[in-house]
Design a protein around this ligand. Structure first.
Ligand SMILES: Nc1ncnc2c1ncn2[C@@H]1O[C@H](COP(=O)(O)OP(=O)(O)O)[C@@H](O)[C@H]1O
Ligand SMILES: O=P(O)(O)OC[C@H]1O[C@](O)(CO)[C@@H](O)[C@@H]1O
Ligand SMILES: [Mg+2]
Length: 461
């Protein structure tokens, strides 16, 4: 771990596209029981069966929230209606505000880990948003002035009139119990349920036309790029644009970043409820990425739209290692990725093709960076300096760790895996985390950065 922290000081990273404010609400049993009482258990059950993929009225929210609590899985559902937004304000206290979005979370993490340079881009940068980035010289936002690219501190670059997106995060904890009619539900795992704001003004996920020509220069400047936010794209826009338009633009961006130097790109996947959009993001974006990261609910969702429904259901329900390996092999091959990283509550997994320059031992070290950073963040709330990771190193691997290793051995001996390198590490789990939102982003950032540093040490990048 310590050796990676040293390497990070010489590394630079580009991040795009999504940052927002997370308003975190810590759910308790009373909140849940009150909601069920208000809407009626039968209505909630019926709506759960209908499985709304958007929140257009409060009952949609209640149904999807209870579904998430029942499975204990991390989920994110788009909020489409301004009226429902007002309903939330009347029903829940606003909550603790933290920076959110893959860009926001990862930018602050890498800057505080003393990376040489972190260039964080999002199409909108309002004042409140800019204030939430850490104030450090190594965290910069790109602007173009008088035809020149300038990297500025977010506080010197924000635009007064840019709106700030607020997502509502409902944190839930394992062991919470409540009644849904005659059914007693106990939440099996801790996690978060995201109500993701999808107003059109925030859905234009793209690089501004004046900054776009500088992407080749940015690609040359950095050691890697982490891209995310594609989940914010809509199928249709009021000006006639559509998802195809934004995905074409997104593909151009990746090609431009790679134009002067074949800079490695990590894509952090996030939940996309709309099946068509999900499929489009997978087919348009993944083949251009070198590395992709996601959680267990997300790999299940992806396999479902690729036609592997049974496997998808099994992963979502049981999270068994052999199923995840099978699904991971499919994704790696069908989308021709260099490396795929999957984070789940009990274990993290890497899968690469056999010819990957890193050894299994190297890959394992890289995953350990990911889980150590997540444990540190879970315990402290934020990672403020490199030394903080000592705290994470003292968090033991979870109690299922030995079982996880055994199941991996078993799966490797039974399955056809000779063409791959597959490694798994148990997670270091903090019992009472400050919050869980963003822990996956933290894992992926740490894993990808350490993956790159290992490639560089080997002279393979
Ligand atoms: N209490 C905890 N302590 C340490 N790590 C955790 C804890 N809870 C969750 N994690 C890790 O965080 C991951 C969450 O990832 P993900 O669902 O992608 O979250 P997000 O998208 O909010 O960043 C889990 O898969 C697990 O590895
Ligand atoms: O999908 P959106 O609206 O870009 O938001 C991403 C969400 O995922 C997170 O980045 C966590 O992974 C949250 O901080 C944020 O609310
Ligand atoms: Mg995630």
């Amino acid at each position: 771990m310590i050796e990676f922290l040293r390497d990070f000081q010489n590394m630079s990273m580009y991040l795009a596209y999504n940052t927002n404010v997370d308003a975190i609400i810590y759910l308790n049993e009373k909140h849940i029981q009150t909601l069920i009482k208000e809407f009626g258990a039968e209505n909630v059950k019926k709506r759960m069966q209908e499985y709304p993929r958007e929140i257009n009225e409060p009952l949609d929210f209640v149904a999807r929230l209870i579904h998430a609590l029942k499975t204990g899985k991390p989920q994110s559902v788009p909020l489409m209606s301004y009226e429902v937004d007002k309903w939330f304000n009347s029903r829940f206290e606003h909550g603790v505000e933290r920076i959110g979005g893959q860009v926001g979370i990862i930018a602050n993490l890498l800057a505080n880990l003393d990376f040489k340079k972190v260039i964080a881009y999002s199409p909108l940068l309002g004042k409140k948003q800019a204030e939430m980035f850490v104030r450090r010289d190594n965290l910069l936002y790109p602007v173009v002035e008088n035809g020149k690219l300038i990297l500025k501190k977010p506080l010197e670059a924000y635009k007064e009139d840019d709106p700030v997106k607020i997502n509502r995060i409902f944190e839930f904890r394992a062991g919470m119990r409540f009644n849904l009619g005659n059914e007693v539900i106990e939440v099996p795992y801790s996690g978060r349920f995201i109500v993701a704001c999808r107003s059109e003004e925030f859905a234009r996920v793209e690089t501004s036309s004046n900054f776009k020509p500088y992407l080749p220069e940015i690609g040359e400047m950095v050691d890697g790029a982490i891209l995310s936010g594609y989940q914010g794209i809509r199928n249709h826009y009021t000006d006639g644009k559509n998802a195809n338009y934004y995905l074409r633009k997104a593909k151009e961006d990746i090609k431009l970043l790679k134009k002067k130097k074949d800079v490695k790109i990590h894509v952090e996947f996030a939940s996309i409820q709309d099946r068509d959009l999900r499929k489009k993001v997978i087919f348009n974006i993944f083949p251009l990425a070198d590395s992709v990261g996601m959680d267990e609910a997300e790999i299940a969702h992806i396999l479902s739209v690729l036609g592997y429904r049974d496997l998808s259901d099994r992963i979502f329900t049981y999270n068994r290692i052999e199923d995840t390996i099978l699904g991971a092999k499919i994704l790696l091959d069908e989308l021709n990725l260099e490396v795929l990283q999957i984070h789940t509550i009990y274990y993290l997994m890497y899968i690469t093709h056999r010819d990957n320059p890193l050894s299994e031992g190297d890959l394992l070290k890289s995953l350990e960076v990911g889980t150590t950073l997540a444990a540190t963040r879970a315990l402290l709330g934020d990672i403020k300096r490199p030394e903080d990771v000592k705290v994470g190193l003292n968090i033991p691997f979870n109690e299922k760790g030995e079982y996880v290793k055994l199941r991996l051995e078993e799966a490797l001996s039974k399955m056809r895996t000779r063409e791959y390198k597959i490694v798994i590490t148990p997670t270091r789990i903090v019992k009472n985390p400050v919050s869980t939102v963003g822990l996956g982003d933290t894992i992926s950032a740490g894993a990808f950065a350490s993956y790159l540093s290992l490639l560089m040490r080997k002279g393979a990048y």
